[in-house]
Ligand binder design. Structure first.
Ligand code: PMP
Length: 404
């Protein structure tokens, strides 16, 4: 019998090598207690959370929790069924209504996760003979949607209007085309030049899908995303999003003004062939989405935090992935895997949790310490974070090494 797991031996050896050097496994963190959107207990220690996607701090919002508790008591723990059979409750419809109001769009479909929303919408929209043209740095769920479907896949250079145009020019003019973009790219925290990219897509007769997972809640006048801030709402055909970031729970969705959109409910396999979200989750999501429509103060605060963290880290000498703060993600560039892990662990021991990111999740083979901000971070927490970064860099000799 050949051992099917042997193909992972090299990865297991690399991981064992890192762990025997005396560091914690960055991918096996356990939150023993969660005290607020910005604080948890890890290894028995109070820790500032600077590596979650809880951008708007909605996880502990009292109205959100109350809505979830009420739905749990009234409708039970789960639906035990697909959205197209017994799994659509009034809460799922109310959640879709909240999304339509939030986005000012005619249609909304809620999926069980954002991953499934991309998997389903991407694979179903573009079929045999159609083309998907996607940014090379697209999220795994977009790539997986491409693999699940039958369209031809064309990648263009990350955020390059010139390359997108070149690729589109080569395609048959009459073929169906879907250009897929993201508002914010979550590894480097950079945003897409949507005005240019969407104009090029439209000039070549393509439909446009924008994943606003990391832009919902705080970009644009109504918090709809980078596409709203860029003023291209009329030219975007589909917006994909998630409840697992600014909304503060779990779930995914696609919204659109396309008059034929609703048919997708019958043909989209990741919608049909999985259980729907529990009633408590959709109740939390609907309440959170409606509150996010009026979250101007939180939005302003989040941007203020992002500017302060970005500016503070630059002043200390860190190399960041973007020259200016472009989103709520501030990514610190690291020289190699070993330094990244040591720096990550030093921060954790000082009481700051950040995300460690490495290839293949990151583009161009870069190692990152990814910081993501929350509107609920206090000025004191931010101050502590900056002090701990400085100390961790001194303990690990980061700048000494960089200067060599
Ligand atoms: N799209 C993007 C750009 C994401 O970053 C993510 C999750 N990190 C998803 C989709 C999937 O969202 P979910 O967590 O709801 O599956």
């Amino acid at each position: 019998m050949s051992d099917l797991l042997s193909k992972f031996d090299a990865l297991a050896a690399e991981r064992a090598g890192v762990l025997t050097a005396g560091v914690r496994d960055p991918f096996a963190i356990v939150m023993e207690q969660v005290k607020s959107p910005t604080e948890a207990v890890i290894d028995g220690r109070d820790t500032i959370l600077l590596g979650t996607y809880n951008y708007m701090g909605m996880t502990f919002d009292p109205d959100v929790i109350a809505a979830g508790q009420e739905a749990l008591a009234k409708f039970g723990a789960g639906t035990t069924g697909s959205r197209v059979l017994n799994g659509t409750y009034q809460g799922h419809k109310a959640c879709e209504e909240a999304l339509k109001d939030f986005y000012g769009m005619d249609h909304a479909i809620v999926f069980s996760t954002g991953y499934l929303a991309n998997l389903g919408i991407v694979s179903t929209l573009a079929g045999k003979g159609d083309y998907i043209i996607l940014d090379a740095d697209s999220h795994a769920s977009i790539y997986d949607g491409c693999y699940l479907g039958n369209a031809d896949i064309v990648r263009f250079k990350h955020n390059s209007a010139e390359d997108l145009e070149k690729r589109l020019r080569r395609l048959p003019p009459e073929a169906g085309k879907l250009v897929i973009l993201e508002g914010v790219y979550s590894m480097l925290g950079d945003i897409a030049p949507l005005k240019e990219l969407v104009a090029i897509a439209k000039a070549h007769g393509a439909m446009v899908l924008v994943d606003e997972a990391h832009g919902m809640g705080f970009f644009g006048e109504n918090g709809r995303g980078v596409y709203e801030a860029a003023g291209v709402a009329d030219d975007v055909d589909f917006v994909i999003g998630t409840f697992s970031k600014s909304v503060g729970t779990v779930g995914g969705f696609c919204v659109s003004n396309h008059p034929k959109f609703e048919i997708l409910r019958l043909v989209c396999r990741p919608y049909v062939f999985t259980a729907s979200l529990p009633p408590a989750v959709v109740a939390c999501a609907a309440t959170s989405i409606r509150k996010l429509m009026h979250a101007h103060d939180k939005r302003a605060r989040l941007w203020d935090m992002s500017r302060k963290l970005h500016g503070g880290l630059i002043a200390q000498g860190f190399r960041l992935a973007t020259a200016t703060p472009e989103s709520a993600i501030v990514s610190v560039l690291m020289p190699d895997q070993e330094t990244t892990v040591r720096m990550w662990q030093a921060l954790l021991e000082l009481g700051v949790y950040v995300n460690m990111s490495r290839p293949p999740a990151t583009p161009a083979g870069v190692f990152l310490l990814r910081c993501s901000l929350c509107a609920a971070h206090s000025a004191e927490q931010l101050e502590a974070v900056l002090q701990h970064f400085e100390r961790a860099a001194a303990e690990t000799g980061l700048f000494r090494q960089a200067a060599e």
